[in-house]
Design a protein around this ligand. Sequence first.
Ligand code: PRT
Ligand code: ZN
Length: 224
Amino acid sequence: MTSNRLRVALQKSGRLAIESQKLLKTCGIKFNINEQRLIVHSDNLPIDILRVRDDDIPGLVMDGVVDIGIVGENVLVEEQLERQIYNKPASYTKIRQLDFGYCRLSLAVPAEFDYQQPNSLSNLRIATTYPNLLKQFMQNKDIAYQDCILKGSVEVAPRAGLADAICDLVSTGATLEANGLKETEIIFKSKACIIQSPATQPDEKQLLIDTIMSRVNGVIQAKE
Ligand code: PRT
Ligand code: ZN
């Protein structure tokens, strides 16, 4: 399935959606989002924008279904680790780090938990949406644990009796506090980035990517 148009994957809605659209628009790519539509054609350049769940973006890039994507490094590295287990295509090129989507993946425990070091979690159950990043951290420290993989509501897992601790994204820390949890260890720092597929072939597409990237660099430098 090759197309001469550059395919760009963005988060449809959520924390990265508005900033991602704004960045492309500031780079001179004209388009109008129709909430109902998955694909949006640019009005002035040979670019198609695909609006998807953020979790699908790394795989679409790694499989060469789209040329570039904007996604959080947390989702990107988690998907890469997952694909490596199953020998699926897992390569990409990070062509730009962006200045939004800042967060950290952290371990957190109930406020009354006597936490000294990661070892304090030995043989306990940890709820997370990021099992592979958690596994990488715990294996590096040689700590045995069990996981409880949840797609949402991770922060309520300890109170609900599903887990002893959690490994979840944190930005201000307000969600942890509201759930009686304390952050004990940062295991991964993340921000949004632009990734490119190893499969992007025709020269015209690469030229267009280079043009967009030089505009992105200009936009970001102007803000600094
Ligand atoms: O529907 P879709 O699957 O596309 O979206 P999503 O619900 O999976 O993701 P979304 O939109 O919530 O987040 C998209 C990306 O934004 C994440 O993958 C991160 O890269 C980045 N990001 C930045 C965050 C946060 N900050 C963040 N605070 N993603 C999630 N959170 C959540 C966190 O999970 C926790 O529930 O916010 C809560 C904590 O926030 P604080 O401020 O209370 O600490
Ligand atoms: Zn998601």
